[in-house]
Design a protein around this ligand. Structure first.
Ligand code: ATP
Ligand code: MG
Length: 473
């Protein structure tokens, strides 16, 4: 999967095609999130005047439990090429310093954005950092002769080194040239990987002690936009210590150090904040759990309506203080999801409903979907179990009628008891393969065929007995 040339990322069709690899059915939901994602990219191509006026169309996904809402979000995050966080609405209702404050979702998103941009920039400068690390390794393996002024060595633009020996006394010049020849030999050996086990000794900077973490860890300060840890680290004198290790390990550390030096963090942060503001996506799961104008006084929880009120300004667009500076939420895309069993979207406060103009319902899954979920996704359960047991030398074969039977049983149990959607497949599969999972590899039976008969025999006693199935399946 590649970014498109026009730098707008995947087209809606491509996004759906990617989602299809993991999620069966739920076509409309996939289509809507794909459009929403692409619209962010389209907006970025607009002229500034109109761009500011185009707000994201937030989405609510509604559907029973276990039909793929969270799964869509999880897969989407991998395709977004954008800062993406998934939060559970319920965590803002918990007690203990009022759960977490709602604005923390924007701070988390910004953190993700900074890491994203940082990684991108790092891969850009990695090559240069590696070169510089090699130079340092060479210096460690063969230190330059004493007295030789470092000014005799100059770094040229391309990273290649030229030596300026103009004006040096003759003998020093000679010594220098001898050193240079040896250095070239060692460089060759280094490149050929012959020196990987050789020890080198050098200075590294030590991280500030746990003291700083403790002092900086207090709540509240970050909310004020202060990077306490960073401040402390700047204030305390930098400590170094001498370490000794083989070249192969030293190279990694030295490269990381060079990356740090080459990385322009101010630029990274600036770009990251912009990326978050323009393309960030927040997925709010379990939004149904904060619906309802719940009367306060039911236990110690923060009122659900209170959380909705806190959410409102963020979703409507406001500025949140983060340790990377102000982040405006005007154009962040919010996708919410919830089962809405006990509540309805209309139980959300009206202002919040208005901020989620797009509604999409996910369907209940049937036998046919279960059958496909068992086999089609890249990470389908049958593929997982086959691979797991293969590591024990056991060959598990799922026949077509076996899979039909599993799907049918899952559906039946869901109908008779609580409908937990595709999650039922997990409990059933686990039960089916319990014995072989336990016995492998101490078994002579190196092959297990999961056909209709096997499934029926293993499950029949349990499915018939309602009490038993409540516990086991
Ligand atoms: N349509 C589907 N296609 C493939 N796998 C699915 C589908 N629906 C559910 N699953 C699988 O079932 C499990 C549960 O799904 P998911 O977490 O998306 O449920 P949900 O809709 O978010 O439910 P809840 O409302 O309880 O949070 C996941 O591991 C997922 O792989
Ligand atoms: Mg979920």
């Amino acid at each position: 999967m590649n970014k498109n040339d026009d730098d707008k990322g995947l087209t809606p069709r491509q996004i759906v095609a990617e989602l299809d690899k993991y999620i069966i059915g739920q076509d409309r939901a996939k289509k809507l999130v794909a459009i929403a994602l692409r619209n962010r990219a389209r907006r970025r191509c607009l002229h500034e005047d109109i761009r500011e006026e185009v707000y994201p169309k937030n989405i609510i996904m509604i559907g029973p439990t276990g039909v793929g809402k969270t799964e869509i979000a999880r897969r989407l995050s991998k395709l977004a090429y954008a800062p993406f966080v998934k939060v559970e609405a319920t965590k803002y209702t918990e007690v203990g310093y009022v759960g977490r404050d709602v604005e923390s979702m924007v701070r988390d998103l910004t953190e993700v954005g900074v890491n994203l941009v940082r990684e991108e920039k790092t891969s850009e400068i990695r090559g240069r950092a590696e070169e510089r690390a090699s130079e340092r390794l060479l210096d460690l393996l063969l230190p330059p002769p004493p007295h030789l002024s470092r000014s005799a060595r100059q770094r040229k633009k391309g990273g290649e080194i030229v030596y300026d020996m103009e004006g040096l006394p003759e003998e020093e010049k000679e010594r220098f040239e001898r050193w240079l020849r040896t250095r070239q030999k060692i460089e060759q050996q280094l490149n050929d990987g012959l020196l990987e086990e050789r020890d080198v000794e050098f200075e590294i900077q030590v991280q500030s002690g746990p003291m700083v973490e403790v002092l900086a860890g207090g709540p509240g300060l970050e909310e004020m936009g202060i990077d306490v840890k960073g401040l402390f680290e700047k204030m305390l004198p930098k400590k170094t210590k001498s370490v000794k290790m083989p070249v192969r390990d030293a190279r990694r550390i030295l490269t990381d150090e060079e990356v740090e030096k080459l990385l322009d963090m101010d630029k990274v942060i600036k770009e990251a904040v912009q990326r978050v503001e323009q393309s960030g996506i927040v997925f709010i799961d379990e939004i149904d759990k904060i619906a309802g104008r719940g009367t306060p006084g039911h236990g110690p929880d923060v009122s659900r309506e209170g959380v909705q009120r806190d959410l409102l300004p963020i979703i409507e667009g406001s500025k949140v203080i983060t340790k990377y500076g102000m982040v405006s939420t005007d154009h962040i895309l919010f996708i919410a999801a919830g089962a809405f069993h006990q509540t309805k979207p209309s139980d959300l406060i009206p202002e919040l409903q208005g901020r989620f103009p797009l509604r999409v319902e996910l369907n209940d899954l049937g036998v046919e979907e279960y059958r496909r979920i068992l086999t089609e996704p890249k990470n389908s359960l049958t593929k997982q179990y086959t691979a797991l047991l293969a590591t024990e030398g056991v060959n598990v074969i799922f026949t077509t009628d076996g899979i039909d039977e599993i799907a049918r049983s899952a559906y039946e149990v869901n109908q008779r008891m609580e409908n937990i959607g595709a999650r039922r497949l997990y409990t059933i599969m686990e039960r089916l393969l319990e014995d072989i999972s336990f016995d492998a590899p101490h078994t002579d039976n190196k092959e297990l065929t999961v056909n209709r008969e096997f499934v029926q025999n293993t499950l029949s006693g349990i499915i018939q007995d309602e009490d038993l199935s409540k516990f086991i399946l």
